[in-house]
Design a binder for this molecule. Structure first.
Ligand code: LM2
Ligand code: CA
Length: 492
C-alpha cells in the first residue's frame, strides 16, 4: 500500500481542504493536470453530522453519520463525475477516510438525511448499533474518553474527544468499513488518508486493508493496490510509535514540519540540512508522506502549533521550495482557505471556521485571477508560482540525488539534484553573492521562483551556467522570495 500510484512523472499531491467536488473536477482539468500534480487529497466524502453551534465548522466532517457519499462538498453524482474527470487528466483522488469513530454525543441528522444518536449509539444509515462500539469491557479510562497517551489500550479503545469509538476487532465493523473503502475504489479513487490511525490497532487496520480490492482497471493497471497513508501523530514521547504502522502502509511524518519550521524561522541554521532525512531521526523516505503543515496543525488542532503556514508566507514559500527540491519522502502541498485568526492566550478562538460559504451555508466556489491565484477566500497555495514551479522541478529531477552541496556556514544553502536541477535558498541576514557549482549543463536557465519559462523565454530572472557548470547567484536577504531554482525543463 506504500506505492503512491501516481501517473508517470508526477510526484506530489495537494490537499484541497473543504473544496467542492465540482471545483476539484475543474481544477484537475485546468490546473493540476497541466501543472504536473499527481493527485488531490479530498476532505472526507461520507455523510457527516451537521453541526450548527458553532455554525458549520470544518471539523463536523470528522464526525461520520454513514458511508453515503453526500456532504457539503457535493452529491454522489458529483463525486463520481470528479473522480472520472480527474483520472482522465492523470490526476488521482485520495480520500480522507474517518473509520475510527462516528459522531460525538447528541442526536440529529447528517448531511445525507440519515439519523444518528450518539447517546444510544445508533447509526441506522450504516447500520451500526451499540454492539459495534468499544465500551467498558474494552476501555478502562473511567469516563470512556482518552486521557492517558502513555497507555496504548486507552488510546485505541477509548473515545477521542468523546467520539463514539468503533469496535474494529469485530468482523461486522471491519466489513462495513472495507465495503465503504471498496465502494470508493470501485468508483476510481487511488488511495486513502486514514484519519486517526494511531487510535486503531495495527492488526485491525491490517485486517481491513486486507479486504480491499485492487484499483479500478478503467483507470489503473491491473493488480494495483490503493496507496494508503495513515495519520499517526508521533512526535516521540508517547507510547504509540509510527514504526508500528510503517510495515502496513505509509505514515504522515509530523516531525518533519516542526523541524523545518525551526530551520526556516532561523532558529536552527539551514547548513544542518546537509544530511536532512533519516539522519535527523526520521523514518525511511519510502515510509512517509511529508508536508509543511496540514489542516489540523495550521490552526492549532491535532497536536498542532509551531508549524509554518501560509500566514507566514515568506518563510512558508522557502520551506515548501526546500521540501519539493529535496528527495526525502512523498510530498503533499497544503491548500487552505483564509479565516480571521483571533489568537487569545496562544489559542485561535476562530480555529473552527469552515470554508468560504454562501448565505445558505453551501460552500462557495473558488474564483481564479489573471495571475492564476485564487479568490473568494481560497488561499490556493498549490497555485502560488513559487510552489507550482517547484512541483514541476521535483518531477524533472526525480531519481537523482543531492549533489554539489554548498552553504555559507550559516543560513544560506544550495544543492543540485544530479545534473538536472539546482536551488539556492538564502535564509540568512546577509546577501548571497557567490559563484557556485550547479552541476548543470552549460546554458541560460529561467529562475522558476521569480518567473516562468514561457514560449522559449523567461518572464523572471535568468541564470547563466558556464561550460564549467558554475553560475553566479545574488540573492538579497531582504527579498520576499530569497530563493533561486533552475532546472533542465526551463532552459532557453
Ligand atoms: C483527526 N486525526 O486523528 C483529524 O485530523 C482531526 O481533525 C479530527 O478532530 C480528529 N482526528 C477526529 O477525527 C477534529 C477536530 C476536533 C473535533 C473533531 C470531531 O480537531 O476538535 O471535535 O474533529 O468533529 C469536536 C469538538 C470537541 C468535541 C467533539 C465531539 O471540537 O470539543 O468533543 O467534536 O463532539 C466533546
Ligand atoms: Ca479506536
Amino acid at each position: 500500500f506504500s506505492n503512491p500510484t501516481c501517473a508517470p512523472g508526477r510526484y506530489t499531491i495537494t490537499h484541497l481542504f473543504e473544496w467542492k467536488w465540482t471545483d476539484i473536477a475543474d481544477e484537475c482539468e485546468k490546473f493540476l493536470g497541466p501543472y504536473g500534480y499527481c493527485g488531490v487529497q479530498i476532505s472526507p466524502p461520507n455523510e457527516n453530522r451537521v453541526v450548527t453551534s458553532p455554525n458549520r465548522p470544518w471539523w463536523e466532517r470528522y464526525q461520520p453519520v454513514s458511508y453515503k457519499l453526500v456532504t457539503r462538498s457535493g452529491t454522489e453524482a458529483e463525486f463520481r463525475n470528479m473522480v472520472d474527470r480527474c483520472n482522465k487528466v492523470n490526476v488521482r483522488i485520495y480520500a480522507d477516510v474517518v473509520i475510527n469513530h462516528m459522531t460525538g454525543g447528541g442526536s440529529g441528522s447528517g448531511t445525507g438525511g440519515s439519523r444518528y444518536d450518539g447517546g444510544s449509539l445508533s447509526y441506522p444509515g450504516v447500520p451500526f448499533s451499540s454492539w459495534d462500539f468499544n465500551a467498558g469491557s474494552e476501555c478502562h479510562s473511567g469516563d470512556g474518553d482518552i486521557h492517558n497517551y502513555n497507555d496504548p489500550n486507552e488510546v485505541r479503545n477509548c473515545r477521542l474527544v468523546s467520539l463514539r469509538d468503533l469496535k474494529m476487532s469485530k468482523d461486522y465493523v471491519r466489513d462495513k468499513v472495507a465495503d465503504y473503502m471498496n465502494n470508493l475504489i470501485n468508483i476510481g479513487v487511488a488511495g486513502f488518508r486514514v484519519d486517526a490511525a494511531k487510535h486503531m490497532w495495527p492488526g485491525d487496520l491490517r485486517a481491513v486493508f486486507g479486504k480491499l480490492h485492487n484499483l479500478n482497471t478503467k483507470y489503473f493497471n491491473s493488480g494495483q493496490k490503493p496507496f494508503i497513508f495513515q495519520e499517526v501523530i508521533d512526535m516521540g514521547g508517547e507510547a504509540i510509535k509510527a514504526a508500528e504502522y510503517t510495515p502496513i502502509a505509509r505514515v504522515t511524518n509530523f516531525i518533519y514540519g516542526i523541524k523545518i519550521a525551526d530551520v526556516f524561522r532561523g532558529n536552527n541554521p539551514a547548513k544542518y540540512l546537509k544530511n536532512w532525512g533519516s539522519a535527523w531521526g526520521m523514518p525511511s523516505p519510502f515510509d512517509v508522506v511529508v508536508f509543511i503543515d496540514n489542516h489540523d496543525n495550521q490552526r492549532g488542532h491535532g497536536g498542532g502549533g509551531g508549524v509554518l503556514t501560509h500566514f507566514e508566507h515568506r518563510a512558508y514559500k522557502m520551506a515548501t521550495a526546500f521540501m519539493l527540491a529535496h528527495p526525502y519522502g512523498f510530498t503533499r502541498v497544503m491548500s487552505s482557505y483564509d479565516w480571521p485568526r483571533n489568537i487569545v492566550n496562544g489559542e485561535d478562538k476562530n480555529n473552527w471556521y469552515g470554508p468560504p460559504h454562501n448565505g445558505d451555508m453551501s460552500i462557495k466556489g473558488r474564483s481564479i485571477k489573471a495571475d492564476l491565484s485564487c479568490g473568494n477566500g481560497w488561499t490556493c497555495e498549490h497555485r502560488w508560482r513559487q510552489i507550482y514551479n517547484m512541483v514541476a522541478f521535483r518531477n524533472l529531477v526525480f531519481g537523482t540525488t543531492v549533489n554539489n552541496w554548498w552553504d555559507n556556514g550559516n543560513k544560506a544553502i544550495a544543492f543540485s539534484r544530479g545534473n538536472r536541477g539546482f536551488i539556492v535558498i538564502n535564509d540568512d541576514t546577509v546577501d548571497v553573492n557567490a559563484n557556485l557549482q550547479t552541476g548543470l549543463p552549460q546554458g541560460t536557465y529561467c529562475d522558476v521562483i521569480s518567473g516562468n519559462y514561457e514560449n522559449g523565454a523567461c518572464t523572471g530572472n535568468e541564470v547563466h551556467v558556464g561550460g564549467d557548470g558554475r553560475a553566479h547567484f545574488h540573492i538579497s536577504h531582504q527579498s520576499e522570495d530569497p530563493v533561486v531554482a533552475i532546472h533542465i525543463g526551463a532552459k532557453k
